[in-house]
Design a binder for this molecule. Structure first.
Ligand code: 13P
Ligand code: SF4
Length: 328
């Protein structure tokens, strides 16, 4: 039982058992709770659907619920609103941002696009709706290679905002794309040296790497792919395998469900100025972890914070997202 206990003397709220209270609100509001794999375990356990960025977008487009409660970060909830503009979209903590999305401010990105008028603009879905409105195709790490391969070979391409994902796609497709200089603060700091040491200490362990990591870290991976792809590798692998996980640790909750007898070793991060591989918590996304079960309950009870978007932005941002969903 997880309780919400009032912390002010004058509060008229009594203790609330959060899980049944959330389930009751869900029925009353005709709501669906969508959660990303990086959410805390308690949120994953109460969600109706857990997925990677692509599957969450698909689910947000398909649902017949009146209210979408998005347990992820701001750009994901915005994407849900763009795809379902007449639905109420709630985000438990409005400050749950993303360093990648923030690395592409709309004005600066527009200037970059305007300076390259012959280029098609392909953006990772980790962007604000305003940047999506300047985009021809959105991609996620699940379908970026497929989307780029679907474009005519002579077409010049801008790829943003993640330079590491862009570099991975460039290598996988052989396409020479112009990359925006953004990065994910979580995946950028995994320590190549500490992972190599872990590999030596655990011969036979399979290394699972998200493509938001820099090239030298990706090169250590037995499997490189989106959260869904990494989870599939575990589900289809030997049941007693050992894995070195090089992405946000929230994914381990579902990996353990998929392979209860397997061993999961979380790859450590390095922090500039400190010893290599010294930080075992810096690989946790501070934005994803802003959402808690308490905030989820309160946002449903108060129907706030809610996502609102300008109609013109919704109209323009919808085009690249729908193209992405249609391709793969
Ligand atoms: P995927 O779940 O699509 O792999 O994305 C990872 C991520 O960083 C989401 O912010
Ligand atoms: Fe953004 Fe990185 Fe956190 Fe994903 S893990 S939400 S890309 S900061």
């Amino acid at each position: 039982m997880i309780l919400l206990t009032p912390n002010t003397k004058n509060s008229r709220t009594s203790e609330v058992d959060l899980v049944p209270a959330i389930q009751k609100l869900k029925r009353e509001m005709n709501a669906i709770i969508l959660a990303h794999y990086y959410q805390v375990d308690e949120i994953q356990d109460v969600a109706d659907f857990i997925g990677d960025s692509l599957d969450l977008s698909r689910k947000a487009a398909d649902t017949d619920a009146d209210v979408i409660v998005f347990c992820g970060v701001h750009f994901m909830a915005e994407t849900a609103k763009v795809l379902s503009p007449h639905k109420t979209v709630l985000l438990p903590d409005l400050a749950a941002g993303c360093s990648l999305a923030e690395s592409a401010p709309p004005e600066a990105f527009k200037a970059f696009v305007d300076a390259h008028p012959n280029h098609l603009v392909v953006n990772y879905v980790n962007t604000s709706a305003a940047v999506k409105a300047l985009t021809d195709y959105c991609v996620t790490s699940s379908n970026a290679v497929q989307v780029i391969n679907s474009l005519p070979p002579e077409q010049e391409i801008i790829f943003g905002p993640d330079k590491y994902l862009g570099d991975w796609v460039r290598r996988e497709t052989g396409r020479d794309m112009l990359l925006w200089e953004g990065s994910c603060e979580v995946h950028e700091i995994f320590s190549e040296q500490a992972i190599s040491e872990m590999m030596q200490e655990n011969p036979g362990a399979k290394v699972l790497v998200h493509p938001e990591c820099p090239g030298p870290v990706r090169d250590l991976g037995d499997v490189v792919g989106s959260t869904k792809r990494l989870l599939e590798a575990v589900a289809n692998g030997p049941e007693d395998a050992t894995y070195i996980v090089v992405t946000e640790p929230g994914i381990i909750h579902k990996m353990k469900e998929a392979a209860p007898k397997a061993t999961f070793l979380m790859a450590p991060a390095s922090v500039s100025g400190s010893e290599e591989g010294s930080c075992t918590t810096c690989n946790t996304c501070p934005h994803m972890k802003r959402n808690t079960l308490e905030k989820l309950y309160l946002c449903m009870k108060n129907r706030s914070p809610e996502i609102f978007l300008d109609e013109e932005i919704v109209r323009k941002a919808r085009i690249p997202i729908e193209r992405m969903i249609a391709i793969g």
